[in-house]
Ligand binder design. Structure first.
Ligand SMILES: [Zn+2]
Ligand SMILES: [Zn+2]
Length: 172
């Protein structure tokens, strides 16, 4: 999926602010105002009217766009994906997860798949270890900056934290 496709999928082919549809009226806006910064999290789909309203300072504030984009990022990367990135960023080792739950983050370059693992614990399906990329770290710090947490002990930090144990069991 291209970056362009991803942006339009996340707003369901409509303006992120007013919801109007129609490919002819939709544009891509650079949130930080830098047209060469074409990263996923710096772009949002706006219709011509909303885009114009923002650039002419007529009622659509940057804060509203930023709040909307944060919501869209959560939807697109999923809560599960964002939590995996936070854990991987904190422990430096990565997370062990079922691959299908994190492939969208590999596709978008926020995580990398490090190695296949045998079933974790009572799970029989193969899992893999995923690590966070620099790009993933910068997305987290830009959009989801966390309060400082207690430093973890070296041993604990080396352990990959399992995810998904509380997920309902997969039907086969
Ligand atoms: Zn609009
Ligand atoms: Zn713009």
């Amino acid at each position: 999926m291209t970056l362009h496709d991803l942006l339009f999928v996340e707003t369901d082919d409509s303006c992120a602010i007013c919801g109007i549809r129609g490919v002819g009226v939709l544009t891509e806006h650079h949130i930080d105002g830098n047209p060469s910064n074409s990263t996923y999290d710096n772009l949002i789909v706006l219709c011509h009217n909303c885009h114009h309203a923002h650039h002419k300072a007529k009622g659509l504030t940057e804060q509203r766009i930023v709040d909307r984009k944060r919501h869209l990022i959560q939807k697109t990367l999923t809560t599960y994906g964002l939590n995996a990135m936070k854990i991987a960023s904190r422990n430096g080792f990565g997370v062990v997860a079922m691959p299908f739950l994190l492939y969208h983050l590999v596709d978008t370059g926020y995580m990398t798949k490090e190695e296949e693992q045998m079933g974790y614990g009572d799970q029989e399906d193969a899992t893999a270890r995923f690590a966070i990329t620099e790009r993933g770290k910068s997305l987290l710090s830009k959009w989801f900056a966390q309060r400082k947490e207690c430093p973890r002990s070296g041993a604990a930090a080396r352990e990959a934290e399992p995810l998904g144990r509380s997920l309902p069991s997969q039907s086969r």
